[in-house]
Design a protein around this ligand. Structure first.
Ligand SMILES: Cc1cc2nc3c(=O)[nH]c(=O)nc-3n(C[C@H](O)[C@H](O)[C@H](O)COP(=O)(O)O)c2cc1C
Length: 184
């Protein structure tokens, strides 16, 4: 069974909620590894969790998740991305399926920039990007509420994630699992 690694950073739990929803969507179709980047993984400014990187080595698909901080990925996620450069030089993650999700306090809080960054990270690794095949504003159940097809962009409404965002994350997990099965 192919492995889906969900690699994410979260402080107050919103990105974590999305990560768990991606995992639920993929459940039973693939093996799932939830890999939370912790502040303690970063020592003297460098990400040093080799086990997490090795989990990605074994994965057929990877979902990258980070809150949008100051218009881009959180520094802790970026530290992880920088540490992946050892894998980059040998293109060890080439041809794995990749997708991204993010959240923010504002509806247009520059989440697209975070997703663009995640796409570039995947491209640097030779990974195959999986966007969202839900046209914004066209889904009867309101999925892809913010209309981003590059990846999942969400935001907090009354301090909580709308159910439609959680459903979109579940859908993304399902889509990734299907693609991982096809790719494996
Ligand atoms: C340092 C910092 C910078 C932030 N920058 C943005 C931003 O640029 N755009 C936005 O919409 N929200 C921004 N936020 C809000 C967070 O993205 C939001 O609180 C998110 O839910 C945090 O994710 P988490 O619960 O997974 O930690 C920022 C929050 C912090 C703490």
């Amino acid at each position: 069974m192919p492995l889906l690694a969900i690699v994410y950073f979260s402080i107050s739990g919103t990105t974590e909620k999305l990560a768990h929803a991606v995992a639920r969507g993929a459940d039973r179709m693939v093996e799932v590894a939830l890999c939370r980047i912790l502040g303690d993984d970063i020592v003297s400014g460098r990400f040093q969790n080799e086990r997490l990187l090795e989990t990605i080595d074994r994965a057929g698909a990877v979902a990258f998740g980070t809150p949008t901080y100051m218009g881009g990925p959180a520094a802790q996620f970026k530290a992880f991305a920088d540490a992946s450069s050892d894998r980059w030089s040998q293109q060890r993650w080439a041809n794995k399926i990749a997708a991204g999700f993010t959240t923010g306090a504002c509806a247009a809080g520059d989440q697209l920039h975070t997703l663009s960054y995640l796409t570039i990270l995947a491209a640097q690794h030779g990974m195959l990007w999986c966007g969202l095949d839900i046209p914004g504003g066209e889904d009867p159940s309101g999925r892809n509420r913010l209309g981003s097809q590059l990846g999942l962009a969400t935001h907090l409404v009354d301090s909580d994630l709308p159910q439609s965002d959680v459903s979109t994350a579940e859908y993304l997990g399902q889509r990734l699992a299907k693609l991982a099965g096809r790719n494996g």
